[in-house]
Design a protein around this ligand. Structure first.
Ligand SMILES: O=C(O)CCC(=O)C(=O)O
Ligand SMILES: [Fe+2]
Length: 202
């Protein structure tokens, strides 16, 4: 769908140690609106517990995992079984595979109901993703600020507004040297859906 048109990108947003690129208009508004509605109503959203500092707490967002069968995905102390691809998720996967030249096996879907929902500082560095994973992150709904910072020093914060229809690619060494989060905010009140496409090694 996208392949014949040139999609401008931000250039590398990281000053060193990996690559993060933003394609603000990967999907045009009408298409992004349609995808948002389909994902909101069509995915099996659940609030899941995770382990944090030795105790179980509910995640401050809803999640769903889709992907190739027989390959469960473990992160933050929970193991999730992937549901089979829906037609919209499969359509998006094909688009970004064509665009990036990478293959993806799973998509972790996050639903941030409002500005109180969030995701804390982390790296997507599970061994099953391999050493330098390419992660494709798509946003639908309200714009939220995504933050990265140098992992060892907790300095050099980079802020990236992720808007409706945008694609963010994290690649190279970005999951070693940088961590990222989606902080809470009082500035927005609407819902946001984020999809992170990943390739799990068998
Ligand atoms: O919602 C976002 O933009 C970030 C999601 C994320 O970091 C993740 O799913 O690992
Ligand atoms: Fe992440």
């Amino acid at each position: 769908m996208q392949k014949e048109i040139f999609i401008p990108d931000s250039g590398n947003l990281l000053p060193y140690g990996g690559e993060v690129r933003l394609y603000p208009a990967f999907y045009a508004k009408e298409q992004a609106d349609r995808i948002f509605e389909d994902l909101r109503g069509g995915l099996a959203w659940r609030q899941e517990p995770i382990w944090m500092f030795g105790k179980q707490v509910m995640q401050p967002r809803l999640t769903a995992l889709y992907g190739n069968p027989n390959q469960p995905y473990s992160y933050s102390g929970i193991s999730m079984d992937a549901l089979p691809w829906t037609s919209v998720l499969d359509e998006i996967k094909k688009n970004i595979e064509k665009f990036t030249g990478c293959q993806f096996t799973h998509v972790l879907c996050n639903f941030y109901r409002d500005g109180n929902d969030s995701m804390g500082w982390h790296r997507d560095n599970e061994a099953v993703l391999g050493r330098n994973p390419t992660i494709a992150s798509l946003t639908f709904g309200v714009t939220r600020v995504f933050q990265l910072r140098d992992y060892p020093s907790k300095k050099n914060k980079v802020e990236v507004p992720l808007s409706h229809g945008s694609l963010l690619i994290m690649a190279g060494e970005s999951q070693h040297l940088w961590e990222h989060q989606l902080p809470k905010t009082k500035k927005v009140n609407g819902p946001r859906i984020n999809l992170t496409f990943r390739k799990l090694l068998m």
